[in-house]
Write a protein that binds this ligand. Sequence first.
Ligand code: PEP
Ligand code: MG
Length: 580
Amino acid sequence: MQTKIGIPASPGIAIARAIILDSEEYAIPQRHVDLENVPAEIDRIERAFDEAVRELAELETQQRKSGKIEIRDLFAVHRQFLQDRILKDKAIDLINTERLTAECAVDRVLGEVHQYFLKTENRYISERAADITDLRRRLIKHLIDFKQASLGALDQEVIVVAKDLRPTQTAVFDPRFVKGIACDAGGKTSHASIVARAMGIPAVMALEDLTGIVQRGTEIIVDGNTGVVIIDPNPEMVAEFSAAAESIATLQQSLETIRHEPAVTRDQIPIVLLANIEFPEEADHVLQVEADGVGLFRTEFLYLRSGTEPTEQVHYESYAGVIQAMQGRPLTIRTMDLGADKFTQSHRFAPETNPFLGLRSIRFSLKHRDMFVAQLRAIFRASVLGPVKIMLPMITTLKELAMAHEILDSTRSDLRAEGIAFASDIPVGIMIETPAAALMAHRLAGRADFFSIGTNDLTQYTLAVDRGNAQVAALFSAAEPAVLKLIKATIDGARVTGIEVGICGEMASEPKYTMLLLGLGLRTLSLTPKMIPDIKKIIRSVTLTECEQLAEAALKADSAEQVLESVTEKARTILPEFFK
Ligand code: PEP
Ligand code: MG
């Protein structure tokens, strides 16, 4: 038995046998074959391409059946790449001329194409580099007969163990069988974590060398609440965690009774509970937990799930679908937050030394005006179908906000000139994600209809801790008094003009912080839908007075540890069953 502690990335406890997903680069040694074996190697190439094409066609069919159009298109693009004879002929050529092994030839050809794609100035082509890596892995997998478990065809419950997870891997997860995820790399905001939370699968990230320790079939416990992963647990541990999982399930069931009740404190202060969603499919879950609406619809899925850049129509169809599904509840669409962690390195247009301080988020949108306008036009067009809000990410200065408003104004004028209808009163709010914005909140409040505090980035930029870097994960804490002071400054800034201020960072999904956030003055929380019943229960169990006392003490604390100790202690006295 061995215990590892990583970053808790998606809540819940899972116990099952491991399945190892290899997402590492395959190291292919340069090997040659004798002349008489050349035909056999060519034959292997032909078979590997055929098998990969067949596999991709099957994946396309599966995705078509489940209605995931963007993913189906991605697989179709991969298949077309392989059916075009150029790649195959180049590999065969290398076998004939240099007598390379089939895997070595594929590795060389696809490696060269990958490099070429990465270097090209044409953004559409450079974005394809990640697809080439994916194809290379797929072909080599067939060539070296690597029996990678097919996650699309599972028939028993498993814990997926991987170094990291790629979009095409997570896209085919079947949540009936994938019970937990444990990765060497990643953080709370990595792609795998976002998908895990969206699917309600418990996950732990940043486990460093887990894939080196775990074998396929090893029993594993994944505790997505605490970040604990136990490999090959003894029967006592299995019993302990099974009991904990059962008590979580019982607690969840007990929360059913308050599903239709309002989120009000014991002293009758109403709190707005909104949901954060990553994919349109999650709209159902938002209704099921009876959220008041969506406070953060991350739109990056449109860029990350598909191999092609979304057109205005693709944007429109996604937004229209979710607006209609929301049945009158407001939908806050966050404009594209691309750059930094929202590109794999190979998706990058131009590699940056400090991507989180680089061309990301609103800066990216202001620079790529055409892409931004396509998205805004789609949001405006969809606004006639139901209540919509536009939220601009990572506004740092008044100047940036003015530039964004200029683009919004010109988009509205264009639509009017074209006679296209849209709602004239769409609120335009901003995310407060940098210390600069928090400190200037009183001024930004004059040009924004609402604020939403993005504590994931606010914490990263305040503490100078990369939110996705496992090595400094222990330093990343939204409970640091410096972060709390900036949250307070934002709330005070919003009061200057009386605009609404909410929070949509992960902090809002963590029960231990609920009292603190209310005490600091927040009345709107946007969080992962799965946690809405828990957070509502806490709200209904506390008074604002005790929350305010807690917040006052936290603002005077010296460290995150002190804050955490006091918030957990207080929470335990009020709801012991929640904070064991
Ligand atoms: C945040 O930064 O807190 C946030 C909600 O945005 P994202 O996690 O998408 O960067
Ligand atoms: Mg952010």
